[in-house]
Design a protein. Structure first.
Lengths: 872, 419
């Protein structure tokens, strides 16, 4: 019944574009006209050992793409299509796929394994392929089964575990899978291909092994096999085994105690003597242990009581051996490693792990590291100097300020001198270390800083000279300037020590942004980002004239980008990058200058030319630029107030474009926020644009394609619009409330065990309340009765949120405020409602007990509003 | 081999300024939304709320509300659709001297003189005996309490048991929230008698009915310990006043009942009225010789002088007006002998003539400048009341326009004679 499609599949790979296009069109047509037959034919092709590899390969790829897609919408569509295919055809396809696992052609087996996992991801959760695990295990238990079949089967098991969640298999199946996989790792019985496949399969199956890891015997057995595998003759297998250990370190941290001695030996030997790919995984094992312990420490510091998970202090216990081991790795740098982002080597992994160790144990790391720093920092070999500096920079986060301050005070001058080292790696790491020093040990607002008026001048002089160094060094220097400036933000005294240095810093950063020797845009964007922080953290009183002068300079630069000749796509990309950076700088300047009464007029006077620039930038249409320009436009709207209305006729189409940009959802999210800014700026003058805006917002909410993170801001935006246009919101009320109802329903049904969902749920709840608040207040003065039919539902939703055990404070605030809005807006109409829903008394009581003043005040207001209703 | 995603930021400052800009923008937008909603909730309806909106802790919130320092505290809301009330606030905060005092004085609700008996008096009105003393508003905030008189000048600055009224180890911790009470300071027992509650713990009661405000006042004031005798952290005692419904028993209790304070007339408050600053016909004052010592100007020997003094405001065009809104114009004054640049509120001697119940002709003679502490002209009803009492004393006969006035007098004479 299947169609013979080999020629088409081969033609589709033809070098002749005409032939290729025709074949592709044929395949598409076939797919659209008869999907079941199409998929069956592809499976037949894949399963048939007589067919050429090329056509089988393409058949496999097309099959896979017919079952899965990156885009969630498309994926859902494919799943639906698969589900409606007749069962007998699906069975044939699945049989063919399983049969292919025994093929003599490695590539066909591999492709088939992947396709089986895709089918499993659809069918296993729906209990539609109960025999899958059984048939795979059957392949493993055949005594004389070919190694190739076993290898492919193990690979399939691994992929299946990767695709489905651990709840989808019953414990018996899990046990059997694990047994099969662990047996596959057995040295005596299997060759390297099978053992590699088994070890990789175990990596994916570990998540399923919760119950088995609770059982000491089973756990001991699994650990024994993994540790033995980590000593295999084949490096690839050792690496896979260490990858398993890394995963075990984070998944089963709490049961590792008995194995740590062995694991330390194993990893330590690997770090010292094994091949780099293996050694990197061995270091990663310790980094993962640090991650676990840091998380435990954070968890313990927030949760009191001793019922929490166990902290085994592995890092603390291993510290005296672990730190020397890591310090050794620092000396294994590669030439030019700083110039390539894709490099990841032993010294990088070791330094990163050392930083995590410092964060885990704090002060204790310092005496173990400082002798290494002191011994190596003056050596002839640059490797030693770089390693010493890197070690020092790595331990700056974790130990106490008191412990670090004297060390940094003693070493700061040395570091400044090292910016003139003859070696670029040393300078790069020194600049990075300086940025860490300023980030972590320079906070005048909190009463500590290693910088004083006496050394500031020298620091700035060194940084401004070094920013002219090689691009990768200059980039790190920008980071140092960034944190230097940031430290002075919110400084206690009315004056910033940095103010006199600002003209020099700004002009050097502008010069750095103009450099063309960077090869890519990284140095330019670092320079502009640093400029942003310098402006943001400056003292407005002392530097307003400097920032005022900067405004036309940046506007001019942005204007120049519009006149650039755009020939290639590279040109366009570069134009977009520069425009995005410059829009960012303008946004920061607008916010800074409009934050003070004295300087705000400067922005208002320049708003016409600024806005014209933004509109021209938007016309260039690149998504990053769109986002940056929108952010800046929001700042301008906030500063301009009702005057902003004059830009709306021009701006509106870009707002519409933004609101419809599902693909780059950040653009959509920012645009939604800017609509809110515009509502607050224009008040009811925004009315003429509301029909369009509301219909886009509703459409956005209905879209399954749009990233869900954009949806909460849309509800908040409803509130902004309603508050701005008051009773005119009447025409949107029905559609808005419908959306709010269903979102409230989603909140009620949401799975609250998933952390990611908790966060999203909180955002959604808060934004629904904000929408109600805006609408209630908007109607308060003219048509409060409009909201009367919805009062009961709202109060129910508030109660639902009140009853939740884990309630975010921001949600509580919004809930208690909207309760006040309800009473305030609807007045005595809500008397019966409140009388019948007395939970509000407990809710207010809880809020009034809070330590949060803002919450207490809001609760107080709500109490007044409800009491007013109750005595009316 | 590629590093673990977590390890990516190797030796790279984890700065994403774009993310930072996004976050800061979201913060600004959330703040903007909060401000807009708070404004809609009328939380920003008094000058004092500016303190709690200030997000800049380095500014020591200014309890005295010195006009010079207020601009710094102002949130940027002028352009973002602030209500006229807020614009008032913004404007007022920049006022100085007499203008400032005048503005602060407008924060109090001022009763009109009762020249007519309202309909449904018994159902819709409260009555209470006004304590004799200085009318002031008392503000507690940031660990201090300040009382300001009608003219805006400070009467006392003291610690009190009002919320945030003293620098104690308050369980609630430091707070920017404030309370405003409408009080009369009664000298003899050094007590602040609270006659109305304007704001409580940061929330405005301006838009609440008198019924609710009195309910709230009576249930909340006691909780704070403000009614306790003075102590180190509580320099003056506060007290509520007994408030009655305007039925006969209520009227007689207020009129003749024994009270711990010296009475100065009766105040009538409409139960449904909001706290409205300035003169309002929904709060009325009655004074006669039975319930007040301060009915009418008397000389040092207690004799009523032959002429009554009134205070009117002189406008640029020479018109003299009362404090009413809209003001009643009393014609023009001969400007020749007035330094109008210096004195805008004048003390005058008044002789009047009524035609058809309306004050038609006034003879006013300039007496001199008004005491600086007095920033306000008198209201029309005060002038009428002065005339009624004048007439009652037989000094002068009112020939027309006395119908309503006579009715009012009869009503009270009747009501009070029942006691």
């Amino acid at each position: 019944m299947a169609m013979e499609i080999t020629p088409i599949l081969l033609s589709a790979q033809s070098l002749d574009a005409k032939v290729r296009n025709e074949a592709e069109a044929n395949l598409r047509q076939f797919q659209e006209q008869n999907l079941p037959l199409f998929l069956l034919s592809l499976s037949v092709e894949l399963a048939n050992n007589e067919k050429p590899n090329e056509s089988r390969r393409l058949a496999g790829i097309v099959l896979k793409n017919s079952l899965d897609a990156k885009d969630a919408m498309r994926k859902e569509h494919l799943v639906q299509q698969w589900m409606v295919i007749e069962i007998s055809i699906k069975s044939q396809i699945k049989d063919l796929l399983l049969r292919t696992l025994g093929s003599s052609v490695q590539e066909a087996r591999h492709t088939s394994a992947q396709v089986i996992a895709k089918v499993a991801s659809i069918e296993v959760p729906r209990k539609q392929w109960p025999e899958l695990i059984g048939s795979l295990l059957n392949n493993m238990t055949q005594q004389d089964g070919p190694a190739a079949l076993k290898q492919a089967t193990l690979e399939t098991l691994g992929y299946v575990c990767e695709e489905i969640s651990s709840q989808e298999l019953v414990q018996d199946e899990v046990n059997n899978v694990l047994t099969a996989v662990v047996q596959g790792m057995n040295l005596a019985q299997h060759g390297p291909e099978v053992r590699l496949a088994a070890t990789r399969a175990l990596y994916n199956a570990l998540e399923f092994a919760q119950t088995n890891f609770e059982n000491e015997m089973e756990r001991n057995y699994i650990m024994k096999v993994v540790c033995e595998t980590a000593l295999s003759k084949e490096a690839e297998i050792r690496q896979a085994a260490f990858e398993c250990l890394v995963s075990i370190a984070s998944t089963y941290y709490d049961v590792l105690e008995p194995y740590m001695q062995t694991l330390f030996q194993l990893t330590s030997n690997a770090v010292k003597g094994d091949e780099e790919t293996v050694a990197l995984q061995a270091i990663e094992f310790w980094s993962s242990i640090c991650d676990e312990e840091i998380e435990l420490q954070e968890y313990m510091s927030t949760e009191s009581g001793d019922s929490g998970p166990v902290h085994s202090q592995f890092i603390k216990k291993a510290l005296s051996s672990l730190v020397p081991m890591l310090l050794e790795t620092l000396l294994k740098q590669e030439e030019d490693q700083d110039q390539d982002d894709s490099i990841w080597n032993l010294s990088m992994a070791g330094g990163t792990c050392l930083g995590l160790v410092a964060r885990t144990v704090g002060d204790d790391v310092v005496p173990l590291v400082m002798p290494f720093v002191e011994a190596n920092i003056v050596k002839q070999d640059w490797h030693c100097r770089e390693a010493a500096t890197f070690a020092f920079g790595s331990i700056l986060e974790g130990p106490s300020i008191d412990k670090l301050t004297p060390l940094v005070n003693a070493g700061l001058d040395f570091l400044l001198n090292a910016m003139k080292d003859e070696n670029n790696h040393v300078k790069d790491t020194t600049a990075w270390t300086l940025s860490r020093v300023f980030e972590l040990l320079h906070s005048p607002a909190n009463g500590f800083s290693v910088i004083c008026p006496e050394n500031l001048h020298r620091i700035v002089a060194v940084l401004l000279e070094s920013v002219n160094d090689a691009p990768h060094v200059a980039e790190k220097v920008c980071g140092a300037i960034y944190y230097l400036a940031q430290g002075y933000e919110d400084a206690e005294s009315g004056s910033s020590l940095l103010s006199p240095c600002l003209p020099g810093i700004i002009s050097q950063l502008l010069k750095t942004a103009e450099r063309t020797d960077g090869g890519d845009s990284k140095l330019r964007s670092s320079a502009y980002e640093t400029l942003n922080e310098v402006v943001r953290s400056s003292n407005i009183v002392e530097t307003s004239h400097i920032i005022t002068e900067l405004l036309p300079v940046i506007m001019n630069k942005l204007g120049q980008t519009l006149d650039l000749q755009i020939v290639t796509s590279d040109d366009r990309e570069k134009q977009g990058d520069v425009q995005a950076s410059l829009c960012g700088v303008l946004q920061v300047i607008i916010q800074k200058l409009s934050s003070a009464d004295e300087t705000k007029p400067i922005i208002l006077q320049a708003s016409d030319p600024i806005m014209i620039l933004f509109l021209r930038v938007l016309a260039c249409r690149s998504s990053t630029v769109h986002e940056e320009a929108m952010l800046a436009i929001g700042a301008l709207a906030y500063a301009s107030g009702p005057e902003f209305g004059k830009y709306m006729p021009e701006l509106y189409k870009y707002l519409e474009m933004g609101l419809q940009n599902f693909e780059e959802y950040q653009v959509c999210a920012i645009t939604v926020g800017v609509v809110g800014d515009i509502c607050r700026a224009m008040d009811d003058k925004v009315l003429p644009y509301c029909d369009g805006i509301m219909s886009h917002l509703i459409h956005d909410l209905q879209s399954a394609e749009l990233h869900r993170s954009v949806k909460p801001p849309i509800f908040s935006c409803f509130g902004d619009i309603a508050l701005a246009i008051g009773e005119q919101f009447l025409k949107y009320i029905e559609s808005a409330i419908t959306m709010m109802h269903s979102a409230a329903q989603i909140c009620a049904q949401m799975n609250t065990s998933d952390e990611e969902f908790i966060d999203y749920g909180n955002q959604l709840k808060r934004s629904i309340f904000e929408a109600y608040s805006g609408i209630l207040q908007g109607f308060k003065n003219s048509k409060p009765e409009v909201m009367l039919p919805h009062a009961g539902h709202l109060l129910q939703f508030i109660e639902l949120v009140f009853r939740e055990s884990q309630r975010d404070e921001s949600v509580t605030k919004a809930a208690v405020a909207v309760m006040g809005d309800l009473a305030d807006s609807l007045g005595s109409n809500t008397k019966i409602l409140f009388r019948d829903n007395t939970f509000y008394v407990d809710f207010l009581g809880e809020c009034l007990q809070s330590d949060d003043e803002q919450l207490k005040e809001t609760a107080n207001w709500t109490q007044v509003m409800i009491a007013r209703v109750m005595v009316s | 081999m590629a590093p673990h995603d977590l390890r990516r930021p190797f030796k790279r400052a984890a700065i994403s300024d774009q993310q930072r800009r996004r976050d800061l923008t979201l913060q600004r937008q959330a703040q903007g939304r909060r401000d807009a909603q708070q404004q809609a909730r009328c939380l920003a309806s008094t000058v004092l709320s500016l303190q709690s909106q200030s997000t800049q802790p380095e500014y020591e919130p200014d309890i005295e509300l010195e006009p010079e320092s207020l601009p710094d505290l102002l949130p940027e809301q002028e352009e973002s659709g602030a209500s006229s009330k807020d614009l008032d606030v913004r404007h007022a905060s920049k006022l100085k001297g007499a203008e400032a005092r005048k503005w602060f004085a407008r924060q109090l609700m001022l009763p009109e003189w009762m020249i007519d008996v309202p309909d449904c008096l018994a159902q819709d009105w409260y009555v209470f005996a006004r304590p004799a003393g200085k009318r002031c508003f008392v503000v507690s905030s940031n660990g201090t309490t300040v009382s300001r008189q009608r003219n805006g000048s400070i009467l006392h600055r003291f610690p009190s048991a009002l919320p945030n009224g003293a620098k104690t180890r308050d369980v609630s911790g430091p707070s920017q929230s404030y309370s405003i009470l409408d009080c009369i300071f009664h000298e003899p027992d050094q007590t602040y008698y609270v006659i109305d509650m304007v704001c409580w713990r940061g929330y405005s009661l301006y838009d609440c009915t008198a019924e609710f405000r009195f309910f709230w006042l009576n249930s909340k004031l006691g909780e704070t310990g403000a009614c306790s005798p003075p102590s180190f952290y509580h320099k003056y005692r506060f007290s509520t006043v007994p408030i009655y419904n305007c039925d006969q028993s209520g009227l007689s209790s207020a009129y003749t009942g024994a009270l711990p304070y010296v009475k100065d007339g009766l105040l009538f408050y409409n139960k449904h009225a909001h706290y409205q600053t300035g003169n309002t016909p929904l709060a009325l004052v009655w004074k006669d010789e039975n319930c007040s010592q301060y009915v009418i100007d008397t000389d040092s020997k207690g004799q009523v002088p032959s002429q009554q003094q009134v205070v009117l405001e002189l406008q640029d065009d020479g018109k003299l007006i009362t404090s009413d809104d809209p003001p009643v114009v009393f014609g023009c004054l001969d400007l020749d002998f007035i330094q109008k640049e210096i004195f805008y509120v004048l003390l005058l001697v008044m002789e009047v003539e009524f035609v058809d119940g309306k004050l038609e002709k006034v003879d006013l003679h300039y007496l001199g400048k008004v005491n600086r502490a007095r920033a306000f002209p008198d209201s029309y009803s005060k002038m009428l009341e002065a005339l009624i009492l004048y007439e009652k004393k037989g000094k002068k006969k009112l020939t027309t326009g006395g119908i309503q006035i006579s009715y009012a007098i009869c009503f009270f004479e009747h009501a009070f004679s029942l006691v």
